[in-house]
Write a protein that binds this ligand. Structure first.
Ligand SMILES: Nc1ncnc2c1ncn2[C@@H]1O[C@H](COP(=O)(O)OP(=O)(O)OP(=O)(O)O)[C@@H](O)[C@H]1O
Ligand SMILES: [Mg+2]
Length: 274
């Protein structure tokens, strides 16, 4: 990578990359434990919450990459342990079932009524026997009125109970608020937070790992105290903002030939954004 020309190196930074960090590993470990839970009446469920741009969806993606579908040769069907979907922006049951059917690759008539989609979804899921359903953007629940919220939550409870799979909800603090309106939901879903970064050994490790993936020819030593503090102050400790700041700073460092990120590069990006 280091041998490529400037444009190619800048281009290479546009790709999503996964960086392991302590909190993410801990969440992945929890998800792994849920997935390994044998079928039982009350399946454990999880609510992963954190601010927008903190890295929730990336964790879900990583988990799914680590647990890809397998093919059952004997029965000739695809076996998917984990199904992931997004809560539709307007949480009505019809849209929810449509989104879920789309996710499992089941063609259906979009004009069909809720009860038809519901029956189809249940029958397919019973046959597929997934062990986990991940629903991202679950704060969209709050976009519905009280009745719609109730209906969506009942649906999630039903899926967890009847199909005996773990349900993992992912969303912002609004998702926590939505769940708190239903004692059954809030007792059932253990909350796990993905917090903003603060000045810590974990954050310095994250920066170090990020630096190692940058196509710069000289070391930047991002874990230095003044750089760490500047990054935290500018990004509010949001993983996505940190990634963007460093990527833009690296781009400037390639273009000006310095090949390492210094405080001046970070300040330049911060000023552009301001
Ligand atoms: N483990 C990681 N390694 C590298 N970059 C990451 C990682 N996690 C998050 N990021 C960066 O943060 C950005 C935002 O992450 P993500 O989309 O997962 O946030 P989110 O919490 O799902 O936000 P929203 O609530 O708005 O959907 C990613 O596009 C990526 O640039
Ligand atoms: Mg997301």
């Amino acid at each position: 990578m280091l041998l490529l020309d400037d444009e190619a190196r800048i281009q290479s930074m546009q790709r999503d990359r996964w960086i392991d960090y302590a909190r993410a590993s801990a969440v992945l470990h929890l998800l792994g434990r849920l997935l390994a839970t044998p079928e039982r009446d009350r399946m454990p469920c999880l609510l992963l919450h954190g601010e927008s741009n903190i890295g929730k969806t990336q964790i879900v993606r990583k988990f799914i990459r680590d647990h890809p579908p397998s093919f059952d040769d004997r029965r000739g069907v695809e076996k998917r342990q984990v199904i992931s979907m997004q809560m539709p922006p307007v949480p009505d049951q019809h849209r929810f079932y449509s989104a879920l059917l789309f996710e499992i690759g089941a063609p259906h008539n979009p004009k069909a009524g809720v009860s038809v989609l519901e029956g189809l979804t249940r029958a397919l899921l019973r046959a597929m026997k997934p062990r986990m359903l991940v629903v991202d953007e679950v704060h969209h629940l709050l976009a519905g009125n009280y009745r719609e919220q109730r209906a969506s939550m009942n649906l999630l409870k039903y899926l967890a109970n009847d199909l005996q799979m773990s349900v993992v909800l992912v969303g912002t603090a609004d998702a926590v608020v939505a769940l708190q309106t239903d004692p059954q939901m809030s007792s059932r879903f253990s909350p796990v937070e993905l917090p903003r970064w603060s000045e810590s050994e974990d954050f310095r490790r994250f920066l170090h790992a990020f630096e190692k993936l940058l196509p710069l020819r000289r070391p930047s030593s991002l874990a230095q105290r003044d750089l760490v503090r500047f990054v935290l102050a500018t990004t509010g400790g949001l993983t996505g903002a940190v990634a963007q700041l460093l990527t833009l700073a690296a781009e400037i460092a390639i273009r000006d030939g310095s090949e390492r990120i210094g405080l001046a590069h970070l300040e330049e990006v911060a000023q552009l954004a301001a």
